[in-house]
Ligand binder design. Structure first.
Ligand SMILES: [Zn+2]
Length: 108
């Protein structure tokens, strides 16, 4: 499908809500209120055990749960925990408002 720029903007702008309106993102079976109940029903219908919940777990614990191995082990020899040697700076600088922020300038 190929659209002209004007037609694309027209279609895209149809998704912009008027001022004062709020988009409801999660409702029905996806709402926070019902999703745990629905989850249990869906997996019961499928005849499968639902996977354990990951809320509140650290990323390392979730990784371990999913892949069955620690992400901190050396991928080559599989032994000992990896340690952080260096954190590389971001490739891009980020927003200009952060670059211009100087906390020491506020003290003087
Ligand atoms: Zn190793």
């Amino acid at each position: 499908m190929t659209l002209s720029g004007q037609e694309f903007v027209r279609r895209w702008s149809m998704h912009v809500l008027p001022e004062g309106f709020v988009k409801v993102r999660h409702y029905g079976v996806c709402s926070n209120r019902t999703k745990l109940k629905v989850r249990a029903i869906v997996f019961a219908d499928l005849g499968k055990e639902p996977p354990p919940l990951t809320k509140g777990l650290k990323w390392v614990e979730v990784y371990l749960q999913i892949y069955g191995k620690s992400p901190l082990l050396c991928p080559s020899c599989g032994q000992s925990d990896l340690i952080t040697v260096q954190i590389l700076p971001p490739i891009r600088d980020g927003p200009s408002c952060i670059k211009s922020y100087n906390p020491h300038a506020l003290q003087h």
